[in-house]
Design a protein around this ligand. Structure first.
Ligand code: PRP
Ligand code: GUN
Ligand code: MG
Length: 166
């Protein structure tokens, strides 16, 4: 089940917070745009990168968006990262002028396989943990390694008991 364990802390991100943080990422990316000022395409790492990629593409007015599908986690248990769908490699080439977006980097294993396929791409994530931070060129917020990030698509509003019961 999606309990916190084995992570010590939980960082719960609302849609509103994710929207703000993804826009902050887009703001940072403006300063590192390739020569000529335009990214050729955004590549979202599915599935978690899709919402942030959409927001970044909207802010930076990038209309060409593709995906790379990588599966590495089953809930909180990691196995080997596997590319199960590639982007259009005629479009992507070696990654020059291409922006790769994911929701977070944790161990960096997902980004390792992605970078092998697009070595010259710029890699951006909204959140980063220390182990994988060096795999990312631009990110917004760092959380500790023992934190599990819960995204809005994994959560629902629900009643909580007050601290002081009746
Ligand atoms: O740096 P790593 O340790 O490789 O972990 C980071 C990856 O793990 C999560 O994806 P996940 O494999 O759970 O798939 P999903 O995006 O489809 O939920 C997250 O969205 C990142 O893509
Ligand atoms: N949702 C979520 N997926 C992850 N995949 C690897 N680390 C994390 C995390 O902290 N949260
Ligand atoms: Mg993912």
């Amino acid at each position: 089940m999606t309990d916190r364990l084995p992570h010590e802390k939980g960082f719960h991100v609302s849609w509103d917070q994710l929207h703000r943080d993804a826009r902050a990422l887009a703001w940072r990316l403006q300063d590192v745009a390739p020569a000529g000022g335009e990214w050729r395409a955004v590549i979202a790492i599915t599935r978690g990168g899709m919402a942030p990629a959409m927001i970044v593409a909207r802010e930076l007015d990038i209309r060409t968006v593709d995906t790379i599908s990588v599966k590495s986690y089953n809930h909180q248990t990691q196995s080997e990262a596997q590319v199960i769908k590639s982007p259009d490699m005629d479009l992507v080439g070696d990654g020059e002028g291409v922006l790769i977006v994911d929701d977070l980097v944790d161990t960096g294993r997902t980004l390792k396989v992605v970078r092998e396929r697009m070595p010259k791409a710029h890699v951006a994530t909204v959140y980063a943990k220390p182990m994988g931070r060096d795999m990312v060129d631009t990110f917004v917020t760092e959380v500790s390694q023992d934190t599990w990030i819960f995204f809005p698509w994994d959560m629902a509003l629900q009643y909580v008991e007050p601290y002081r019961g009746a």
